[in-house]
Design a protein around this ligand. Structure first.
Ligand SMILES: [Ca+2]
Ligand SMILES: [Ca+2]
Ligand SMILES: [Ca+2]
Ligand SMILES: [Ca+2]
Length: 447
């Protein structure tokens, strides 16, 4: 149930052949860790060294699907992969110049066909997509720059066997998606200018005549960094891009970009404060497809009531998982998330605003209490949830009267004990159904 809708698939099946150009994989991970490439990869590297005229300072993309120094992709769909390599050379002032080199297989021999030099300190990512509809994929490369102000995205087409640059634009993160559902893929960039504290999303398309502007919208410019954008949908089914962004001590926001009228829009940009207040939360909880329906859900946090002396860092939160139709939100679920111990509990509707929890971090225990809104104090205990290692539980469970096991994984046992409250009571099965182990490797730190 709790899973990212669009996980990046990094696993790759490698298929090494001993000679010729019948390399059948399109991605090769961890090439730099290999002591010596064999087969096609050896021949590709040899072709590149021949072009460079000596040993080559190979670089590889730091993010995205393709992470190797040699990226293989059949961009013209003729059954034979083209190889793309990144390497660095030194400028006169000893700074690094980056190169992308295309190595083609012609009559069973790998030969460098094209080389483009960039003012860049390294490669962020490479993606392939036919953007101008001619049946041949464009090569989209994100370059890191020496400047702190973002990166540079370049789009190359292949013309007469050579890489030809089609566009160049600053970006912090970008997506390739058909955001207006017209059958043509847009390039959607987000560029954060952290000096001017402004951030702008722009959409472009490329056709035979060149680059066409498809509009822009402002985002919150006070963020520190962006997560990779996730292409998902609004509640209406319309395609939308979700981008979680860190705001430092203030927490986190989710930016949402979708097509409206004749351009892209961000519904959360407040034109008074120039910020995204709507989705601001005081934790690092990311948006996720909470109910697995292909529509990303945005978390909203609400502090649980506590006695007045509780400091901010000790506060416990309730998380509302919401879906957005572009304007309004609707609630999917209310939970207490425990990312540290790896589970969440769905809050029954009549508990909302009538309960609080006390956290016992050392014993990995959460105690749910009925909260009296008149006296602003905790009343009877409703439930406790505790996590043990399997060994710990097997050795000590005789000491835990009335506790029962609700779930276990390879290392832990999750147990519960129902409270003695006479209000807000639920049967054991309903309580158990609300408990879920978190299936996520993300390191969120809320409690
Ligand atoms: Ca090909
Ligand atoms: Ca094309
Ligand atoms: Ca489109
Ligand atoms: Ca969903």
């Amino acid at each position: 149930m709790f899973k990212k809708s669009l996980a990046i698939i990094l696993s790759t099946v490698l298929c090494f052949s001993v000679s010729g150009c019948n390399f059948s994989s399109t991605k090769v991970d961890d090439m730099l860790n290999a002591p010596k490439p064999s087969g096609d990869l050896y021949n590709i590297q040899t072709a590149l060294e021949k072009y460079v005229g000596g040993s080559v300072d190979l670089r590889y993309p730091r993010s995205g699907e393709y992470r190797s120094a040699f990226v293989l992709q059949d961009i013209d769909n003729d059954g034979i992969d083209e190889a793309f390599a990144f390497y660095g050379t030194k400028n006169d002032d000893n700074t690094t110049l980056m190169h992308i080199n295309m190595i083609n297989c012609i009559e069973d021999k790998w030969v460098s066909a094209s080389d483009i030099q960039m003012q860049s300190s390294g490669v962020d990512c490479i993606k392939f997509c036919d953007l101008d509809g001619d049946g041949i994929m464009e090569v989209v490369v994100g370059w890191n720059k020496y400047s702190v102000l973002g990166r540079e995205l370049t789009v190359f087409s292949i013309n007469s066997g050579k890489l030809v640059q089609r566009m160049q634009v600053n970006y912090s993160v970008f997506s390739l998606c058909d955001i207006n559902s017209d059958g043509v893929t847009e390039i959607v960039t987000v560029y954060l200018n952290s000096v001017e504290k402004s951030s702008i999303a722009k959409a472009f398309v490329i056709d035979k005549s060149g680059v066409l502007d498809r509009g822009s919208c402002m985002l919150d410019g006070t963020v520190l960094s962006y997560d990779e954008p996730t292409i998902s949908k609004l509640k209406t089914g319309q395609i939308a891009i979700y981008i979680d962004a860190t705001k430092g001590a203030a927490g986190m926001i989710t930016e949402l970009i979708y097509w409206k009228n004749d351009g892209i829009t961000n519904p959360f940009y407040d034109t008074t404060t120039y910020q995204n207040i709507t989705t601001l939360r005081s934790s690092t909880t990311r948006c996720t497809d909470f109910n697995g329906d292909g529509i990303l859900n945005i978390p909203f946090m609400e502090a649980l009531p506590s006695v007045a002396s509780t400091s901010d860092s000790e506060k416990a939160y309730m998380t509302y998982w919401e879906e957005c139709d572009g304007t309004d939100f609707s609630k999917i679920a209310v939970t207490v998330m425990n990312y540290v111990d790896g589970y969440y509990f769905e809050i029954p509707s009549d508990w909302v605003h009538n309960f609080t929890i006390v956290r016992k971090l050392d014993s990995k225990q959460r105690i749910f209490y009925h909260w009296n809104q008149k006296t602003l104090s905790t009343c009877e205990e409703l439930l406790r949830i505790q996590v043990f290692s399997i060994i710990e539980w097997e050795n000590s469970k005789s000491n835990y009267d009335n506790y029962f096991e609700v779930a276990r994984d390879e290392t832990n046992v999750y147990v519960m004990k129902l409270g003695d409250s006479s209000v807000l009571t639920l049967d054991q099965q309903t309580i158990v159904n609300g408990f879920h182990i978190l299936n996520t490797s993300k390191g969120e730190t809320i409690n």
